[in-house]
Design a protein. Structure first.
Length: 458
């Protein structure tokens, strides 16, 4: 029997939620153009759209916010955050930003030129879009095991080293302004990257003189997976592991809304002083002064505390255990997903559940809509709606290799009974999955279309 880990906290404040009627859900999704991003939060019963900014902050974080210094420049809050960033990540220079995509935008603005290509294991949506918006091309070079949902490889987020070398040789160093790796690999099922792989990727990038950046939104979960799965790290703390991870990189960007367990914020750090000056200039133009970066002082204090709370072993054991519990319930009922389960989400294999729906008709979107109609649950499509792109040479649409639905679990928010309800809802849908049909666009922008697209059922 699947076991649920005990929460290493007790609930102090609660927010009421309600399950509106099926008739009301039908009307709501129709009004939203069958896009769950356009639903009103008050019409959601369990919200698994994202784990970004949706976690519950601790009493220490709320207390820290009361100590926030709102000085425009040189605030005490900034220096408290600076101390945390230097201790954990170790980079010589950093700036805050209002969220992760803002940090990515600054990084792309100062480093990516038209025609450039940027390799990673797998870029997620906003990183992909920020590179494309500057005329660059994001390139994904994750290992082949990542595309086999049933494969139990412990580090399916790893970069394929042979592919990386071949890509650099073929593309030319002069066309690659930076190289990246995402930990954990969100687009590929929340799968971790091993320390050995991070070290090897760094060696390859550096052998060609390519700056190496880590997309670190879920750095703490990745560190804990290394502790649990990689030989030689069982006796190390997540903090020690995180420090080693970042010691191999030249810079990092991250959304603090994930593993720092805050509602807003991002970070961008580098070692190169000249690059930092360019970053600072761009930040001042787009976000704000270098000591606040578009955030209030109270937000800086919340991040400074949350960066450490996200590394707490009791919390991480519960965090990964809750995800594994939901995965166990789905597995027991024959619902396919990316295995082994990641840290922040379950990725249901919508393509396997709905084989009658071709990729051009968005099987993941069909399942997302049905989850809302059946149980008032909001999830997100990670498939052709999000990632299908026309080939720049032929114009033909290139579809992703997996059609997934991500159930992103907010941190310190939902209980065991909520996990049980999610599983029960998916089991009900799976029993009539062959009756579901696809969708088509009635509106879709060029970049990040999943946020604002509208659909019509076929």
């Amino acid at each position: 029997m699947t076991k649920h880990p005990p929460e290493p906290f007790r609930i102090k404040v609660v927010e009421p939620i309600r399950l509106i009627s099926h008739e009301q859900r039908v009307a709501a999704i129709q009004e939203a153009g069958y896009n769950v991003f356009s639903l009103k939060a008050e019409d959601i019963f369990i919200d698994l759209l994202t784990d970004s900014g949706t976690g519950a902050m601790s009493q220490r974080q709320w207390a820290g916010m009361m100590d926030g210094d709102e000085s425009y420049a040189g605030a005490k809050s900034y220096y408290r955050l600076k101390k945390s960033v230097e201790d954990i990540f170790g980079f010589e220079h950093f700036v805050p930003a209002h969220q992760g995509r803002a940090a990515e935008n600054i990084l792309a603005a100062v480093m990516v030129k038209p025609g450039n290509q940027v390799p990673s294991n797998m870029h997620f949506d906003t990183t992909d879009a920020n590179i494309r918006a500057r005329g660059g091309r994001p390139v994904n070079l994750v290992i082949e095991e990542a595309f086999d949902p049933a494969n139990l490889h412990p580090f399916k987020g790893n970069m394929d080293l042979l592919k990386l070398k071949a890509f650099i040789d073929e593309t030319g160093r002069e066309n690659i302004p930076l190289g990246m790796i995402t930990v954990t690999n969100n687009a590929g099922g929340g799968q971790p990257v091993s320390m050995e792989n991070i070290r090897s990727v760094a060696e390859i990038y550096h052998s060609y003189g390519i700056p190496f950046f880590i997309d670190a939104a879920r750095y703490a979960e990745n560190a804990f997976f290394i502790k649990l799965r990689e030989p030689g790290y069982a006796d190390k703390t997540p903090l020690e592991i995180a420090r080693e991870m970042f010691s191999y990189a030249d810079g990092f960007c991250m959304s603090a809304k994930k593993d720092a367990i805050v509602n807003i914020g991002g970070l961008l750090g580098v070692n190169d002083a000249a690059l930092f000056q360019n970053i600072s200039n761009e930040l001042i133009l787009r976000e704000g002064f270098v000591s606040y970066g578009g955030l209030a002082g109270r937000d800086l204090d919340a991040i400074a505390i949350g960066l450490y709370e996200g590394l707490d072993e009791d919390y991480l054991s519960y965090r990964l255990g809750q995800t594994a519990y939901l995965a166990g319930l789905l597995r027991e009922n024959g619902i396919g997903m990316i295995e082994p389960p990641g840290g922040h989400a379950i990725y249901v294999d919508a393509g396997a559940m709905l084989p009658q729906i071709p990729q051009a008709e968005f099987p993941g979107q069909s399942l997302v809509v049905e989850m809302y109609l059946e149980g008032g649950i909001r999830a997100v499509e990670i498939g052709s709606v999000m990632f299908a792109q026309p080939d720049p040479l032929t114009g033909e649409v290139v579809y992703p290799r997996l059609e997934l639905v991500r159930l992103a679990i907010p941190r310190r928010v939902y209980t065991q009974s909520h996990m049980d309800y999610i599983a029960e809802t998916l089991v009900k849908i799976s029993k009539r999955a062959d009756k579901l049909r696809g969708y088509k666009f009635t509106y879709a922008p060029e970049l990040l279309r999943h946020f604002t697209a509208r659909f019509q059922p076929l």
